[in-house]
Design a protein around this ligand. Structure first.
Ligand code: GDP
Ligand code: MN
Length: 357
């Protein structure tokens, strides 16, 4: 038979346990309600801890995207630019060039994503040092904001040597990881006030200081300059320049026919003898007498340096990490932008320079 539930008899409490319990209680209360320390970063605060601190109703902020202008004169119109860089290595030359950009720094937000590898850790440490220096330095050099992300997925290949990176069999996996890195960076940093996104690889070490103004002046949804590389001729010892990025191309019938025979997950690649696409490459479209600002339409783009109107990304154009019309990453992005009604262009005579390993 069940006994009726009577009053529960408590054993007499041990004074030591009472003291310990009290101490733990005070400790917990202190941590729940104490203000965050000055070293805490936004990423370290969980939404849960943020909600505990909220006493008033959360604010509602309205942004009218029609008021965010995207014009050929972005300096006069105080348009915000997001400079996005996937970074596996830190190059001082990249950083020096970035600081020399003459676009008002208070209108520029920088965003970086770095892999969680030994190299990525070293690059993060270097980057953080430089970021602190510039943000504490002269006011005119400081940027509006800087975001550093660490990748939450594995890098495709651990070796970043050029020969290993460019092997054809490594391309699909590598480009897919690069696409995910770019998408993570884009989707976590694009804000309601962003007018332009400048994609700038970490190994672009030389550009005109007016890069952003020059590219924006064309008023194109997607615009890519020509990426070259300086070198010293091993025979003559003379310095020269050679095309580096073959991902800026115009489509060809041959490439279309190759694609038509491919399986759904297969991708076309540019710059490999095994896969002759016969696409006209912007790398070789320079004209002797051509103007710096001559434009050509392109169907594929590289991401080494690339200016995109923020609306193109807002419309949904991203970097497919899968075969999209048999294209991947930045080349797939140009295709996606075009399917959304935004045509990409290139400037064959406007050069930016890639690091030479
Ligand atoms: P390539 O010039 O076409 O050979 O391409 P890179 O290897 O230079 O890669 C393009 C950009 O992405 C550079 O800024 C690299 O520093 C960066 N990068 C390369 N691999 C990774 C990676 O695994 N994760 C991230 N976050 N960035 C990477
Ligand atoms: Mn590169």
């Amino acid at each position: 038979m069940a006994r009726p539930l009577g009053a529960v008899r408590l054993k007499k409490a041990n004074p030591f346990c009472v003291a310990l319990g009290g101490f733990i209680f005070i400790f917990v209360v202190f941590f729940l309600f104490s203000s965050p320390t000055s070293t805490s970063t936004p990423s370290a605060q969980s939404p849960h801890s943020a909600s505990l601190k909220r006493s008033k109703a959360p604010p509602v902020t309205r942004y009218n995207l029609n008021n965010v202008t995207i014009t050929p004169d972005p300096v006069a119109n105080r348009e915000a630019v997001l400079v996005l860089t996937p970074m596996s290595r830190f190059y001082q030359e990249y950083w020096d060039n970035l600081l020399k950009l003459s676009y008002p720094h208070d209108l520029i937000t920088l965003g970086f994503i770095l892999p969680k590898t030994k190299e990525g850790n070293a690059a993060t440490a270097e980057l953080q040092k430089r970021v602190v220096e510039v943000q504490k330095g002269p006011e005119g050099n400081r940027f509006a904001g800087i975001v550093i992300l660490r990748q939450d997925f594995e890098p495709a290949i651990t070796s970043q040597d050029e020969s290993e990176r460019h092997k054809m069999e490594n391309q699909k996996a590598r480009r897919s990881v690069m696409a995910k890195a770019r998408n993570s960076l884009l989707f976590t940093t694009l804000g309601p006030l962003t007018s332009w996104v400048l994609w700038l690889d970490a190994d672009i070490i030389e550009t005109p200081p007016t890069l952003i103004q020059d590219l924006a002046s064309h008023n194109k949804p997607v615009l890519v300059p020509n990426c070259f590389q300086r070198y010293v001729d091993s025979d003559t010892g003379k310095p020269g320049e050679r095309p580096y990025d073959y991902n800026n191309w115009q489509d060809s019938e041959t490439a279309q026919k190759l694609a038509a025979k491919m399986g759904p997950d297969e991708i076309l690649l540019e710059g490999y003898a095994e896969m002759g696409t016969y696409r006209p490459l912007m790398a070789f479209m320079e004209t002797e007498k051509g103007g710096l600002h001559d434009e050509v339409p392109v169907d594929g783009v590289g991401g080494a340096a690339l200016l995109v109107k923020a609306d193109v990304h807002r419309d949904g154009a991203m970097f497919p990490p899968f075969a999209f019309y048999h294209l991947i990453e930045t080349e797939g992005f140009a295709k996606m932008a075009s399917r959304l009604g935004w045509q990409a262009y290139g400037l064959p005579n406007y050069r930016v320079y890639h690091y030479n390993e």
